[in-house]
Design a protein around this ligand. Structure first.
Ligand code: GLA
Length: 378
């Protein structure tokens, strides 16, 4: 009798313990917030999105920066696969735009100027003769965004009003960007904007990935497929010439998976101009909506990154300008080609290329784009 009671008690303790652990594990999924610093008298908040598979995305209201993405390899070992810093202060300044939202106009505008409805606008130049990633002062990567966790989803919403005249752009533009991490190991990035005067807009996410784990060498042995039969060749200032050139027979043909480094040192005019890959690819799409942009596989860890988007293009950038001058997380020195970016976007310098897909947002319209980063292994 005593023994039976004893055994039942043990069984109950084990069961309740198990239930508590299960509950703890499931309560791990969700959004957490921590104080990460202060800027302009406002708190910098780091949001941690976790899903039930142990995947984590950390993002802050300064620059909408994705500070970390933690995903398992094929053996379940977790690593942080994006370049960045351990502290908010590390991102001030952030010359490579590590992890940031870029805009009002991501990528380049030639000679820092464009004409709209008969009026010529002048933007600050910060890339030789060009404006890169929206200018110098109130660009999306350098401002404090309003932020709040999303109630019904595992995510965070960032909002920013870019003022009429900021960095030379017309119109007050209200921008919303949300990051949602779901249980299919997808980070869904949703961009929306409205304006009170016609203005160019191009927003993107500037995360640098290394699927071996940040700081773990270069990315040249990563295999990449890009869903593009054409790309936009550039001039010496990395401005598109206007041509949509076939990738066939060139080192830009990633329609079948190839190592990022396999042809990067080929003698090719475009690779020389870009110092490697730093080019916009024209996505092959069947109409509007989501389409696969690229798939990257890292053989030693088995990690896969798949990028899908509603955007017309993707800038494939192999971190050619990283030069060891940035020391990131855990004291890791980020050398040349230690990370790659897949910046889904409209084509660079579109305001000066009437034949490129339209980037002018008008009052009464809503700009809406979605990009999904999906993480898996093989
Ligand atoms: C973009 C550009 C690159 C470089 C980086 C930032 O990806 O295309 O040329 O300027 O931003 O370093």
């Amino acid at each position: 009798m005593m023994l039976r009671r004893f055994l039942i008690t043990i069984a109950l303790v084990v069961m309740i313990g198990g239930l508590l652990i299960a509950q703890q594990n499931s309560s791990k999924a969700g959004v957490e917030q921590e104080h990460f610093g202060a800027r302009d008298g406002r708190p910098v908040i780091l949001y941690t999105l976790k899903n039930s598979h142990g995947v984590e995305v950390h993002a802050m209201n300064y620059g909408g920066i994705i500070q970390a993405i933690r995903v398992p390899d094929r053996n379940g070992k977790i690593a942080d696969i994006v370049l960045g810093h351990d502290t908010y202060e590390g991102y001030v300044p952030n010359p490579p735009y590590l992890g940031a939202i870029v805009g009002r106009y991501a990528n380049r505008i030639a000679n820092g100027t464009f004409t709209l409805d008969g009026k010529t606008y002048t933007l600050p130049k910060n890339d030789g003769p060009n404006t890169l990633h929206g200018g110098v002062t109130k660009t999306f990567d350098k401002v404090m965004w309003e932020s709040q966790p999303l109630k019904d989803k595992n995510g965070v919403l960032f909002e920013y009003v870019s003022k009429d005249g900021d960095d030379g752009f017309p119109g007050n533009m209200h921008v919303k960007v949300s990051y949602v991490l779901n249980d299919s190991n997808e980070l869904v990035i949703d961009y929306q904007a409205t304006t009170d005067k016609a203005s160019p807009i191009n927003v993107s996410q500037h995360s640098y990935f290394n699927l071996k784990g940040e700081g773990n060498g270069d990315i040249l042995d990563h295999e990449i497929m890009i869903n593009a039969e054409r790309f936009t060749p550039v001039d010496k200032n990395l401005i598109p010439t206007g041509e949509l050139r076939s990738v066939k027979g060139t080192p830009f043909d990633f329609t079948k998976p190839a190592q990022m480094g396999a042809r990067i040192n080929d003698s090719d005019e475009q690779l020389t101009l870009g110092h490697g890959y730093d080019h916009n690819f024209v996505l092959d799409r069947k109409g509007a909506g989501m389409t696969l942009a690229a798939r990257v596989y890292e053989p030693s860890t088995g990690r896969i990154l798949e990028v899908s988007t509603t955007q017309p293009g993707v800038q494939f950038y192999t971190g050619n300008f990283l030069d060891g001058s940035v020391t990131g997380k855990d004291g890791h020195v980020y050398k040349r080609r230690y990370g790659f970016c897949l910046e889904t976007q409209h084509f660079p310098d579109s305001p000066n290329h009437p034949k490129f897909p339209n980037t002018i947002l008008k009052p009464g319209e809503t700009f809406h784009q979605i990009t999904v980063f999906k993480f898996s292994t093989k």
